[in-house]
Design a protein around this ligand. Structure first.
Ligand code: SF4
Length: 84
């Protein structure tokens, strides 16, 4: 079907993006998390917790970063340590 003949819903891609949730990810209060925050007005948004790397998963050559199952809340991280 030519794109100009599609309605708006049909023209949308079936591919959807999925991102880790900063409020649900186990890393949000872990001592080893990336503590980067973005400040917007009075709000502090903890963007580091959803990054693919932390102090325990530092990336190549040691590893490939956080496993997807941890990023998406499917698996508990074996290194998790609640920050005091
Ligand atoms: S050690 Fe595990 S729980 Fe802690 S920040 Fe890294 S991936 Fe998240």
């Amino acid at each position: 079907m030519a794109k100009e003949n599609m309605n708006a819903k049909e023209a949308q891609s079936e591919i959807k993006g999925q991102f880790p949730n900063k409020d649900e990810i186990i890393c949000k209060d872990c001592a080893f998390r990336d503590k980067t925050v973005v400040r917007i007005g009075n709000k502090k948004i903890p963007v580091g917790v959803t990054k693919g790397f932390c102090k325990k998963y530092q990336g190549p050559p040691k590893d490939n970063g956080k496993p997807h199952n941890i990023l998406f809340g499917i698996e508990i991280c074996e290194h998790y340590q609640k920050e005091e």
